[in-house]
Design a protein around this ligand. Structure first.
Ligand code: TYM
Length: 329
């Protein structure tokens, strides 16, 4: 049996080039090497308040974007998390073996809870649900951006703790980061990670941004006081622009140095903007085609759930058996 790949994206905010370079483009590249499952994690999205109508629309938008980016539904499964009940069930079972101290250490929880007036318990439990997403399918490989590394370490800790308490049950999932683009920074502030929720134009390039807007965001990007690209002394803003170019172009470090060393920032930005526009154009075109086909997305989402539910249910059955809770004799 091929080993399994699993990853997920929250259907909140607008999918941006950080999500693409950190996660989706990597999924597309490796999908055929494994049995692949890609989730739209709507149960994670509601750990902070979401407008219901907007959330419903975002789930569909994200499914269409997965396809537009190149996820092949004939091979890979696209799963809306809430359509497979075992995600919630395993999350509870794992909650019972997860020490609170482990969750208190999560940096994303600290950052997100600091930004909320009232913090729901779901936000605290968030990484346990994420561990359940992965362990439910005995996934061996989880392709994500750098910001998810701590959550994945926790997933392994939970798996290990369960295995040692109840006997070998879960496969240990390995984190897979992209070689370039594991942490794309905001164009307005290159010391902060590009984020779906960060407000304000100038911060992110969304996958569905029109070309003019993409150009405007990148031309306005924060750089530094050098006049031109110097690989020895460049600041984080220039570094980030080069990273974005390199990840899209799939160039080596040598190619990057040969092409960009000494280039003035205005020209650098123009080249980055044109690279991003040219790579997003076909994705945007496919996206429009997909959403124009009524019923197509729902079919894909239904097929995804049907294909993975038996795997998920059998894991939950095994976990229940191991834990000694009621299963019919
Ligand atoms: P989410 O929705 O925040 O992000 C989706 C993916 O995009 C990556 N990413 C980035 N990569 C590079 N640069 C950035 N600025 C950047 N911002 C985001 C993320 O690392 C992620 O791979 N908790 C997850 C969703 C999740 C999940 C899972 C992932 C739920 N269950 C199981 C893997 C396996 C999240 O919030 O991703």
């Amino acid at each position: 049996m091929k080993s399994r790949v699993l990853s997920g994206v929250q259907p909140s905010g607008n999918l941006h080039i950080g999500n693409y370079l950190g996660a989706l483009s990597n999924w597309v590249k490796i999908q055929y090497d494994y049995e692949s499952i890609f989730c739209i994690v709507d149960l994670h999205a509601i750990t902070v308040y979401q407008n219901p109508d907007e959330l419903r629309a975002k789930i569909r938008e994200l499914a269409a974007l997965f396809l537009a980016c190149g996820i092949d539904p004939k091979h890979s499964k696209i799963v809306v998390q809430s359509t497979v009940q075992a995600h919630s069930e395993l999350a509870w079972l794992l909650t019972c073996v997860t020490p609170m101290g482990w969750l208190e250490r999560m940096t994303q929880f600290k950052a997100k809870s600091a930004a909320q007036e009232s913090v729901g318990d779901g936000l605290f439990q968030y990484p346990v649900l994420m561990a359940a997403d992965i362990l439910l399918y005995q996934a061996g490989i989880v392709p994500v951006g750098e910001d998810q590394m701590q959550h994945l370490e926790l997933a392994r800790d939970i798996a290990q703790r369960f295995n040692s308490l109840y006997g070998d049950t879960f496969v240990m999932p390995a984190t897979k980061l992209p070689a370039v683009g594991a942490r794309v920074m905001g164009f307005d502030d290159p010391t902060a990670k590009m984020s779906k929720s960060a407000a304000g134009s100038g911060h992110a390039v969304a996958l569905l941004d029109p070309p003019d807007r993409i150009r405007k965001t990148i031309m306005r990007a924060t750089t530094d006081s050098n006049p031109a690209v110097d690989f020895e002394t460049m600041g984080p803003g220039v570094q980030n622009l080069l990273t974005v170019y390199q990840a899209f172009a799939e160039w080596s470090n040598d190619q990057m140095q040969a092409h960009f060393a000494g280039m003035r920032y205005g020209d650098l930005k123009k080249q980055v903007a044109e690279m991003v526009v040219s790579k997003l154009e076909p994705i945007q075109q496919r996206y429009q085609e997909i959403v124009a086909e009524p019923g197509y997305l729902d079919g894909i989402i239904r097929q995804g759930a049907e294909a993975v539910t038996p795997i998920a249910n059998s894991t939950v059955e095994l976990v229940k058996l191991r834990m000694g809770i009621y299963t019919a004799a």
